[in-house]
Each structure stands twice: as C-alpha cells, then as structure tokens.
Design a protein around this ligand. Sequence first.
Ligand code: DX5
Ligand code: ZN
Length: 219
Amino acid sequence: MVKISPSILACDFTRLGQEVADMRAAGVEMVHVDVMDGHFVPNISIGLPVVSSLRKKTDLPLDVHLMISDPLTYAPQFCDAGADIVVFHLESESDPQAVLDAIRKKGKKAGVSIKPQTPAEAVFPYLSQLDMVLVMTVEPGFGGQKFMSDMCPKIAAVRAECSRLGISMDIEVDGGIDNNTISQAANAGANVFVAGSALFGKPDYLSAVRALRENASRA
Ligand code: DX5
Ligand code: ZN
C-alpha cells in the first residue's frame, strides 16, 4: 500500500498545527518528523516538545526519524511524547538491538534507517523485528537535496530479502522525492514516501499529494 508521509521540516513552523491539518485533509497517511541533533548530522531541527504538541493536535500516525547519535537514550522519550513509529539509524552510536527492545517495551512501532553508504545487508539481521526500513535517498541532514537514484538497487535488495523471508515490510524512502523520483523508488520496491519540499509550500496540498500518489501507484 502506498503511504505518503510529508516531512514537516519543509513546513511553515509558525503554523505547524494548521499545516498538518491541511495535509491530513489532503489524504496523507502519516506525518514525518525529522529530529536532528547537530552531531549525527550537521544540522539541528526539532525535538520532544514539538512531538508532544503535534500529538495533541492530530490523529495521524507520527513517523519520527531520529538522526541522532544516541537513540537509546532518546527513543523511549519520543515514544512517551507520542511517536507512533520511531525510526533510528543503524550508523548511530547505540546498539541497534537495545534500541529496538526499548521501543518495543514502550509498545511502539520500530524502524531502522540506513544512510547512502550503508549496504542493504546491514538491515537484514533485524528484518523480522521491524515495522519499517527507511532507505535514505540523500545524505541525511537537510531537505531539498537531489534524489540519489543509485539507491534504487538497495531498495530492491531490501524488498527482495523481505519477500524471501515472507515479510510484508513497509519500505520508506526519504530525500528528493518528487513526481518523477517517486516512480523510480516505487519501481524499486518502496511503498512509503517521505516528501518535504515536494509538498509543503505548494499552493494546493490536495493536488500535490494526489500527484505523488498517482505516480507511485502507476509504477
Ligand atoms: C533529510 C530528512 C528528510 C527531508 C526530506 O535529512 O530526513 O526527511 O526533510 O526533504 P525533501 O523531501 O525536501 O528532500
Ligand atoms: Zn527524514
């Protein structure tokens, strides 16, 4: 199933509640929240108070993408703040199994993300425990970057391994997704699409979401 997850990194933060309400009205399946610590990535974005505030304003699932060095300490706190799924990076400083256990203990969904230089095989040992795999299609840290189409074989490799294991996984792609690149990612096997600059800032969210969805579904 195609799911669209708008990244609020590209929204007007002075109107966050309304921006998310407008995306909900446009039919998105979830909201992508990019958390950056200025250490794992060279940028600082938003954190726990924003997730808590959003939780009170929307019933959309909150898809929290932790681009932080220490997810073991903070993942449980994001669960408590209202995240529905917490996605952390395999390249972080925490032990992945310990982070997965901590998220499960909170009763939340868990995902792992891999940066462009990390091979597909890195996620294979965890697949049976995951709700989602996030394959980054840009170097994490900033919105508005160009889609790396050479990540498509990696998406396909994750999809193939999930199929081999009989797991129907959500495979999310993040970075540079627009009406063209979404087809490439969908063809490779992705079904959850993060989009920041391709959605927020557009005059008509309904038609922007619909166009992305159509291009993904046609693939
Ligand atoms: C990048 C973030 C992305 C980013 C996507 O580090 O993880 O979620 O907001 O933005 P666009 O869609 O503009 O590439
Ligand atoms: Zn993200």
